[in-house]
Design a binder for this molecule. Structure first.
Ligand code: GCU
Length: 517
C-alpha cells in the first residue's frame, strides 16, 4: 500500500473539521457563555440578591481562621428537622404516609434548596458498546466492555456530551450478576498479550513498515537479526507482583462474583464552576448560566449514573435489580445523592462523603456550609444553596440552621434500601474536616425511617445527641442501614471486605461457579 504523506493527512483532517464546523450554523443558537468560576459564582449571587458571603474556614488547624473542632460548640441548632413529622406538623405513622406525603416533602426540600432539580426535558442518551474484550482480573476470566453514552445534542449542537464507562463482569459465575457502579476513572483491565506465534507476525510486519518508512533500517535489522522491536509481557507478572498484597476493591468484587462499572463523572459534568455552562447542565441550558433551582454537578453525576443503570437493564450479563452505587469524598456525596434520588439502585457504599454528603449541614465542625458556598465547591450544589452562606442579602442573613432539610433526611430517602456509610480515621488521613461524628449522628437519625419501612437500622437508638460512635473497625452491620469506620485513610477500599458479604447477604446473592465460555 502506498503511504500517504503526513501533510496530506493534516490537510484532509482540517478540511474535514471545517466541513463539520460549517455544518453547525452557530447563528441559530444562543451563544455559549464562557465564564470563569468566579464570574459564574458572582452571577448566581446577583440572581439571589446576595451582597456578601461568609468565607469558609481554613482546613489548616494552625491558621487563625481554622475550622471548628470543639465538640462543645459544634451543634448551634441541635434540634434536627424531624424526619417523621410532616411540614404541617403531623406524625408519620405508616409507610403510606412516608411514601405519599413525607418523602415527597423532603425530596422537594433537597431539590429546591440543596442539590437542584432535574430539568423537565433532558435529552436522551444512546449507549454504544465500543469495545468488548475478554481479559483476566487476577486468575478470573472477565468480559470487559467500553461503553459510551452519546447524549442527543440536536437542540444545541455547540455542546457535546459523551458519557464514558467500563463494565467488567466475571465469566466464571452463573449470571446474571450484581454490579457495583463506581464513580471514577474508567479503564479496561490490562489487555491480554498476543501469543508468542502472533508476536512473531506482529514483529515481522512492524519491521517491514519501519523499513518502508526508512530504508536504512533494513541494514540495522540485518545487523541484529534476533532483535524484536516489540516484546511480549508476561501476562501474570503484574498479578504475581501483587500477590502478597491486599486485593484491590475491584479484585474483591470479581472474586465474589460481582461485576463492576466505572463511570467518569467528568464526562457528564465538569468538576468546576466554569464548566456549568457546558456538560449536561450546559447542554440543557443551551450554554447559558444556571438559575437558582437548577441542578449542580452532584445531581448531574447522579443523573448520569441513573442513565448508566438504564444501559445495565439492557445487558443480559447483569442483574439490574442488584446494582449498587459507590464513591469516595465528593463522589461519596454523589453516590449518596444517586441512591437517594434513584430508587432503582439497590445498594450504596458511601465513602468519606462529608459535608454535602452524610455529614449534617447544620453542624459546625470541620468543613462548613461556607466551604460549600465558596467558588471552589458551589458548583456541586444548586445555586439556592448559596443563601445559607449569606452574611448580607436582600433576604437578610442565613446559616445552615435555616435549612429545612438536613443530611439525615437524605439518608432516609434511601430507605429501606441497603445503605452503608463508610469512613476512615483522621490519624491515617481521613481528615477531621469530614466530620465523621456529624455523619454518624445523621445515620442514627435516619434509622427511624428504615424501621418504619420494615428494615433494620444500626441497631442502637435514634437519639443522635446521645449515641456514641462505635469503636473503629466495629461495624454496625445487622441492618439495611450500616456504618463502619475502618482504620485507613481517605478511601473506602478497606471496607470492601466487609461491604461485599453484607450486601450479598441482604441482596440474597450467592455466587454460583460456572464457566460461561
Ligand atoms: C475537599 C472538600 C470536600 C470533598 C473533598 C474531596 O476536602 O472540602 O468536601 O469531599 O475535597 O472530594 O476530595
Amino acid at each position: 500500500m502506498k503511504m500517504i504523506p503526513t501533510f496530506v493527512i493534516v490537510l484532509l483532517f482540517s478540511l474535514n473539521l471545517q466541513a463539520q464546523e460549517t455544518k453547525i450554523d452557530k447563528s441559530k443558537y444562543p451563544p455559549l457563555v464562557t465564564f470563569t468560576a468566579e464570574q459564574d459564582h458572582a452571577n448566581m449571587m446577583e440572581q439571589l440578591g446576595i451582597k456578601a458571603l461568609r468565607p469558609g474556614p481554613s482546613g489548616n488547624e494552625s491558621a487563625p481562621n481554622h475550622a471548628n473542632y470543639d465538640e462543645s460548640i459544634a451543634n448551634p441548632c441541635p434540634e434536627l428537622p424531624d424526619v417523621l413529622t410532616t411540614n404541617d406538623g403531623k406524625k408519620v405513622t405508616t409507610p403510606e404516609m412516608w411514601w405519599n406525603k413525607r418523602r415527597p416533602e423532603i425530596v422537594e426540600g433537597f431539590e429546591k434548596e440543596v442539590y437542584g432539580r432535574l430539568p423537565q426535558d433532558i435529552p436522551d442518551v444512546k449507549w454504544e458498546v465500543e469495545i468488548t474484550d475478554y481479559e483476566r482480573i487476577g486468575f478470573t476470566p472477565v468480559v470487559a466492555k467500553k461503553i459510551v453514552g452519546h447524549v442527543d445534542n440536536s437542540e444545541y449542537p455547540l455542546i457535546n456530551v459523551d458519557i464514558n464507562m467500563v463494565l467488567v463482569v466475571p465469566q466464571n459465575v452463573k449470571g446474571p450478576v450484581p454490579v457495583l457502579m463506581m464513580f471514577g476513572r474508567p479503564s479496561l483491565p490490562a489487555p491480554a498479550q498476543p501469543s508468542a506465534e502472533d508476536m512473531v507476525k506482529i514483529n515481522k510486519t512492524f519491521k517491514e513498515v519501519l523499513i518502508k518508512d526508512n530504508p536504512e533500517l533494513e541494514d540495522v535489522f540485518k545487523r541484529y537479526p534476533a532483535y524484536e522491536p516489540i516484546e511480549r509481557e508476561d501476562p501474570f507478572a503484574a498479578f504475581m507482583q501483587r500477590r502478597n498484597q491486599e486485593p484491590s476493591p475491584t479484585e474483591r468484587l470479581i472474586a465474589a462474583g460481582w461485576g463492576y462499572l466505572t463511570i467518569d463523572p467528568g464526562s457528564i459534568q465538569a468538576d468546576n464552576g466554569a464548566g456549568l455552562t457546558r456538560g449536561i447542565i450546559g447542554l440543557v441550558n443551551k450554554g447559558q448560566p444556571r438559575k437558582p433551582e437548577d441542578w449542580g454537578s452532584l445531581r448531574a453525576w447522579a443523573w448520569g449514573a441513573a442513565r448508566a443503570l438504564d444501559y445495565l437493564e439492557t445487558d443480559s450479563m447483569v442483574d439490574a435489580k442488584k446494582v449498587g452505587i459507590e464513591g469516595v469524598s465528593r463522589y461519596g456525596k454523589a453516590a449518596l445523592v444517586t441512591l437517594a434520588f434513584e430508587p432503582r439502585f439497590a445498594v450504596g457504599l458511601i465513602g468519606s462523603s462529608g459535608k454535602g454528603g452524610a455529614a449534617l449541614h447544620r453542624r459546625v465542625f470541620g468543613e462548613a456550609v461556607e466551604s460549600l458556598t465558596g467558588t471552589g465547591e458551589y458548583h456541586w450544589m444548586a445555586g439556592n444553596y448559596l443563601k445559607y452562606g449569606a452574611e448580607e442579602a436582600t433576604f437578610g442573613r442565613k446559616t445552615g440552621c435555616d435549612l429545612t432539610v438536613d443530611s439525615h433526611e437524605l439518608i432516609a430517602l434511601c430507605a429501606p434500601r441497603l445503605t452503608f456509610i463508610s469512613y476512615g480515621i483522621p490519624e491515617q488521613g481521613d481528615a477531621k474536616w469530614l466530620d465523621q461524628k456529624g455523619s454518624y449522628m445523621a445515620t442514627i437519625a435516619a434509622g427511624s425511617v428504615f424501621k418504619l419501612l420494615g428494615a433494620k437500622d444500626l441497631g442502637v437508638s435514634n437519639d443522635y445527641m446521645k449515641e456514641e460512635m462505635p469503636p473503629v473497625l466495629k461495624g454496625l452491620l445487622d441492618g439495611e442501614l450500616a456504618w463502619r469506620q475502618h482504620d485507613g485513610g481517605h478511601t473506602d477500599a478497606p471496607n470492601f471486605a466487609t461491604f461485599i458479604p453484607w450486601a450479598s447477604e441482604f441482596l440474597g446473592y450467592e455466587k454460583t461457579p460456572a464457566m460461561r465460555r
